[in-house]
Design a protein around this ligand. Sequence first.
Ligand code: SF4
Length: 209
Amino acid sequence: MATKRTKEILALLDEHYTREYKCYLNHENPGQLLIATILSAQCTDARVNVVTKDLFQKYPSMEAFANADLNELEQDIKPTGFYHNKAKNILGCARKIMDTYHGEVPSRLEDLITLPGVGRKTANVIRGNIFHEPSIVVDTHVKRISRRLRLTKEEDPVKIEMDLMKVLPKDHWILYNIQIITFGRQICFARGPKCEECFLTKYCKERRK
Ligand code: SF4
């Protein structure tokens, strides 16, 4: 249940940032978002978008990814880093989606997390962006800033997700991630946050004097 304090934080986020659902990873269908999200681990969204521009032309369907040559796929995604694992997971995901889900990305969390390389974070990205199911994505910005705002004390992403599910109203679960990413990129950096420009100082335990 959202407290007065939490509601005030959300109202300020709503005041400063969009209430529109938007995704920072370019995609045209659920399969492309799934692959872009796998590629985004330890990589910036901007770099993933550069790589996927050519990648999605070369492999225009889930079937094309399922039939990809592993070594070639590794080279195609190399600029995103950790490319051995990512290529293996993309291939594994595509094959399982073709074999088990008739080529369609499943919508249920329980099914999504059975796909190779798909944890709760990726599953929640898909559920929120594609199926508009209330879900909280705990990425590096959400983790850092939720702790600074004392919405959680946890370090573990799954525990943070559970805490946020308790304190945020459901209609803000998807929005919170979108707004916090913008806040983290523009003001509340990991190192050297611009506290002098921050509109949430009152709620923060780490504001710089
Ligand atoms: S006061 Fe500084 S550290 Fe705290 S939320 Fe604002 S920018 Fe981040």
